[in-house]
Ligand binder design. Structure first.
Ligand SMILES: Cc1cc2nc3c(=O)[nH]c(=O)nc-3n(C[C@H](O)[C@H](O)[C@H](O)COP(=O)(O)O)c2cc1C
Length: 309
């Protein structure tokens, strides 16, 4: 099976990546399997300065997935460059750096710091975290999203992926603004805002109240957004949301994604990403395909015509 996947200028050995924030910087997973089995790794969000994250309670189980309100906790750019990136360089996989900031300057500073570092294949701009006060600032307004992407675009020639939020009226409008401002690709989606109530304590389960829904409950939401983006825009999409099996990954390819990222599934099965690579190869063969791109092209004839132009 030809598993290579092309996402714009990015070439992955297979279309299965790990989703940002559910895989740290790869250290724990590397004790369980060879990270070189993965198409790519999207690391936990990196901010210019260390970011403390939210207080407890930050995660909860819900039917069909989980709630999280980690709040972008991370040790900052310097730690990433000195400790985490050198570790990830040992593996033959594409490292995508997920970038977060409180404001435009915060995003730009991280991109500047990451640009030119060996071992960085691309950047994913996280404009869509629902769990910090200013997290959705850039993802809910096409002008602000486009402006940020334009500023970052001036700083780096690295492939630029923009991660979209489902917490908007029309994700395609935001995606179009990112495309016009120079984004190479989109990733979709980040978590949907939700809540659970603790009846005994008479208040929300999660410390800050609301939180992001992830896991299988998210898959239909994400598939629809990926489907719309792939049909209406010219840049490629990485599908994220509730992927637990090779069959799920194949659904995303057929909805129009060129690659996928696996998030919450790793909390139940830490071996999920390499398992999904193997399962996807079997699913593709069972459907009579010889290559990942064939499955995508078969289900997305129009996008294929547009993207090959
Ligand atoms: C605990 C946790 C932390 C996350 N942290 C980040 C993050 O730092 N940056 C980001 O872009 N997305 C983050 N996400 C969102 C995931 O990357 C992904 O978009 C979302 O969870 C949907 O995929 P899933 O259903 O496979 O988990 C986080 C999700 C979870 C559950």
């Amino acid at each position: 099976m030809e598993m290579q996947a092309r996402v714009g200028r990015l070439l992955f050995k297979n279309p299965v990546l790990t989703a940002s924030g559910t895989f740290g910087y790869g250290r724990e997973a590397a004790e369980l399997y060879d990270l070189s089995l993965l198409g790519g790794v999207m690391v936990k969000g990196v901010s210019r300065d260390p970011w403390p994250g939210n207080g407890p309670i930050r995660i909860a189980r819900i039917p069909g997935g989980m709630l999280n309100a980690i709040g972008l906790q991370n040790p900052g750019l310097r730690h990433f460059l000195e400790v985490d990136l050198p570790f990830l360089r040992h593996y033959d996989t594409q490292v995508i750096v997920n970038v977060v900031g409180h404001d435009e300057a915060g995003f730009v500073d991280v991109v500047r710091g990451v640009h030119g570092q060996p071992g960085v294949a691309g950047i994913e701009l996280n404009i869509s975290c629902p769990n910090v006060a200013d997290g959705l600032l850039f993802s809910q307004d096409p002008d602000r999203a486009g402006r940020l992407v334009g500023l970052v675009r001036q700083e780096t020639s690295l492939p630029l992926i923009v991660k979209l939020s489902p917490n908007v009226t029309d994700p395609v409008e935001i995606g179009a603004a990112c495309q016009a401002a120079g984004a190479d690709a989109l990733s979709a989606i980040n978590t949907v805002i939700g809540m659970a109530i603790d009846v005994e304590r008479r208040r929300p389960v999660i410390g800050i109240g609301s939180a992001g829904i992830s896991g299988p409950a998210l898959k239909p939401v994400a598939l629809r957004i990926v489907y719309d983006l792939a049909r209406k825009l010219d840049i490629p999409v990485i599908g994220i949301g509730g992927i637990e099996s090779g069959r799920d990954a194949l659904e995303y390819l057929m909805a129009g994604a060129r690659a996928v990222a696996v998030g919450t599934a790793v909390f139940r099965d830490p071996l999920a990403p390499p398992r999904i690579v193997a399962e996807l190869a079997r699913e593709l063969a069972a459907q009579g395909f010889a290559a990942v791109d064939e499955a995508w092209a078969a289900a997305n004839p129009e996008a294929r015509r547009r993207q090959s132009r």
